[in-house]
Design a protein around this ligand. Structure first.
Ligand code: CTP
Length: 395
């Protein structure tokens, strides 16, 4: 049902399993998608464009320049006018190019210009798949929000057994459905805050906390994937700046976080405040490095602005999600924050999730409905939080 009436670019690269792309094209057409097939030059060595265009019910495109003549379709139309781009099979070569932004043919140019989900179904020898360079390319692509189906394990065309087979076409269809289904934040303007803040004591010292920014970055990328316009306001973090269509604002202190939030809040429809904003800052910030002279040094701290509380007070139609980091009475304290800051949802967690790949959270809404999630990777928690937001907004 989801695939019906969708425009899907089907990119085919040069691997033995290219013949399975014919079946994939057939299934996509059967599900009533418009399939726009693109083949690389080396794919022509494995299957004929005539077979693919017959099954896809559209002509095959291959060259970067052939599209402009007599046709309105360009690589930009293909990249942005489609709902989804599937690359099946995806060789180590295309993954390497996509991960470094190389665009030296039509398919890689479409991938580079894409503003829609790109789903790779890798297919290669198991040793190639295990090659650290390929592993790092795949990890990079995943971290940038590219989707993957497979590869599967089993007998390979080269005679080896292992991980590298093209995923079964039914699995690729399922992954395509999944990629299309999650457009449920289209039209939303999502503001996400992430990371810690740093409150200067002097030019080289500061008060901060252990937040890595991972949860917020995962939320921003997930919201983007699901079709939202995203602004990510981030305190200092070592994470790479998310690519794609995300407005990125880097801040240092709680005051800068507050100022940036005040700027973007009015036009936002959903706010997820996952930053670990400092509650206190030094009253005095020394202009020069403090020398080790006095036996005792007292740093007096004063309260910072509570950004979320400000947002709760000014709330019009915005959907407000806060986090609550608690070492004791998790649910009770989180509920208190939900009420006091006028939130729609609170995500409670313990400090174990700070600076970690995994997190274990409890999601509580205004009706006091509580969902305790198991320990999950932060990417998955981000999806679950957004699922709850979408469900509550549409209820
Ligand atoms: N928050 C904020 N501005 C601050 C402090 C916190 O916007 N100056 C936000 C956080 O981003 C989070 C929520 O408020 O979404 C709760 O933060 P947390 O540190 O758990 O609680 P506090 O409100 O600071 O209360 P306490 O430290 O007493 O637990």
């Amino acid at each position: 049902m989801i695939i019906r009436d969708k425009k899907i670019v089907l990119g085919v690269t040069g691997a033995i399993s290219a013949y399975k792309a014919l079946e994939l094209a057939r299934l996509l057409v059967k599900a009533e998608a418009t399939v726009l097939p693109v083949m690389t030059r080396s794919a022509h060595e494995f299957i004929s464009p005539l077979s693919l265009s017959t099954l896809a019910k559209n002509p095959v495109s291959t060259g970067l320049f052939e599209l402009t003549e007599g046709s309105k379709i360009s690589h930009i139309d293909l990249a942005q006018g489609a709902d989804l781009i599937i690359v099946a099979p995806a060789t180590a070569n295309v993954l390497g190019k996509a991960s470094t932004g190389v665009c030296d043919d039509l398919l890689t140019t479409i991938i580079a210009a894409a503003t829609v989900p790109v789903l790779f179904a890798p297919s290669m020898n198991c040793h190639m798949w295990e090659n650290p360079v390929v592993r790092s390319n795949v990890a990079k692509l995943k971290s940038l929000g590219y989707l993957f189906a497979g590869p599967a394990e089993g007998e390979l065309a080269c005679g080896y057994e292992g991980l590298g087979r093209l995923a079964p076409v039914e699995d690729i269809m399922e992954a395509a459905e999944e990629a299309l289904r999650r457009k449920d934040l289209k039209g939303e303007k999502v503001l996400v805050t992430a990371g810690p803040t740093r409150e200067a004591i002097d030019p080289v010292r500061y008060v901060s906390n252990a937040s890595s920014g991972r949860m917020g970055y995962a939320l921003a990328k997930a919201a983007r994937r699901r079709g939202a316009e995203v602004v990510l306001i981030s305190g200092p973090s070592h994470l790479p700046r998310p690519s794609g269509n995300i407005t990125f604002v880097r801040v240092e202190s709680a005051q800068e976080m507050y100022d940036a939030c005040v700027t973007y809040y009015p036009q936002s429809t959903i706010v997820v405040m996952s930053a670990a904003v400092a509650d206190y800052r030094p009253v005095k910030s020394y202009p020069a490095k403090v020398k080790k002279e006095a036996e005792m040094l007292t740093v007096e701290l004063e309260r910072t602005q509570d950004v979320l509380k400000y947002m709760g007070k000014k709330k019009k139609d915005q959907f407000l999600v806060g986090f609550a980091l608690e070492t004791e009475n998790l649910e009770e304290n989180a509920r208190k924050k939900l009420k006091e800051k006028n939130l729609d949802l609170v995500v409670a967690n313990s400090p174990a999730g700070l600076d970690s790949e995994l997190n274990q959270v409890t999601i509580i809404n205004r009706e006091n409905e509580t969902e305790v999630l198991p320990a999950l990777p932060k990417d998955e928690i981000a999806e679950r939080i957004l699922d709850t937001v979408v469900n509550m907004k549409s209820a």
